[in-house]
Design a protein around this ligand. Sequence first.
Ligand code: CMP
Length: 493
Amino acid sequence: MLAFVSAAALLLLVFPSVEEWIWSYLKESYGLILDTDSAAVSNVTGDVPQKITVTAIQTLFYTLMVLEIIIWMALVVSIVRFFRQLITRTIYRNSSPGEISSIIKTILSVIIYIVSFFIIFQSFFPTVQLTALFTGSTIIGIVVGLALQDTLGNLFAGLAMQADQPFQVGDVVTISTRGVGVVEAVSWRGVKIRTFNNRLLMISNSVLGKETIEVAPKDNLNARSVWFNSLYSDSPARTIQAVRDAVRQVENVSAKIRPVVRIRNLGDNGIDWEVKYWLDDYTRHNDTDALIRLRIWYVFQREQIGFAYPTRTIHIEPKVEGIGHDEVLNLAVERLNQVSIFAPLSGEEIERLANASTARVYAPGEAIVRMGRDGNSMFVVVRGSVRVQIPDGASNRVINELRENDFFGEMSLLTGEPRSANVIADEETEVLQIKKDGLKPILEDNPALVEAISEMIHERKEILKVQIDEVKISTEKDRLGLLSSIKKFFGLR
Ligand code: CMP
């Protein structure tokens, strides 16, 4: 580039001397004089030179002039290009976010070319009125206008888009009628988009201006959703946990935002799920989606979660009642045997209690017991864990956590008072619910159990007293008072 500029400058420097030499040669050898202002050719002797000689000399004169104009224009073009490159490089080095758009660069360059051409041309041909040529000729205007109709349309659409800057090079765009791809270049004519099949899509600005375009900017955390389904028999809480952990480990899934796994629909064939995640590099979203589906398959295998097929499951109700009942009962007996408070009970009493209990499953965050409500049942945690919490201003204060084989809800059940706290499932939690009717005969036969439970209630109330200033429990009631009120409530001797 620099060599070319230097050569052109050198040529322009020597040009006048070459011209001078030609004219003096013509004068000395043939006695011909050229007036460089009017391009008139005369003879030193005063004779009129031959017409053919005059035409040849004038042609040479004008050729030299045009040549000089061309070299000037080449010089201008080279300088403009040099500065364009310089500006682009400086911007890249400074890694400025706003790249100067190629449309604006092109327009600026074209303006500089036109102005330079005007100046150079007018300095060579001062008598020719170029402005009049451009402004005065309506016909030229119409012809040029018609010929450039599309080009100008593209140019103005491109300018409007440039002002809006809806997307930049590197962004992923979805154009409703054309497809998806990565923007490769934005020019005054149109936009170049590389599709994900590695094809180049060239869409003119005027066409693009009429389209609906969805943009996933490259410097943005763009989200994607992948859908899958599972069987109704598999626990949703376990599915959420397993899928979220699997998705988090997939490459290109952003660590900045936790993936969201949620139920989209309770469908005919199973539970329809959506996992929403955020990508570091959106241009690789197809590969990332595929990898996520792959990982979901593997995690389902490991966790023994089943995909729902488009099938219909027909359940045939057994004629004989109670099938499976024994199994359920055995399980409940096994569970109740683990609970320390029921240790004094005989095997037969535990079985009676198991018969009066129902298994229930709660999702994480669900309230099993609500403060202030009436309660006529107590619960034993079979699987999972719960938080015992009381309101504290706008939020809640956790006062205890209960796990497998712990029990709760006994206060209301045994005293008839409203529920003293909220009990919330911390994770997916399975409980055995024991109703008052089921517990009453057992209590009647086991005064030791009544005492053990009232002991526990007393301890818990003490904690509650510390936690809440104005807890609605009778502070004056001592342990014995509590025991007698339980007995009274249950009609025990
Ligand atoms: P109930 O009052 O029926 O309903 C709320 C239950 O929370 C309550 O019975 C107890 O079983 C339980 N609870 C209240 N306070 C405590 C505590 N300090 N520790 C453990 N459990 C509690």
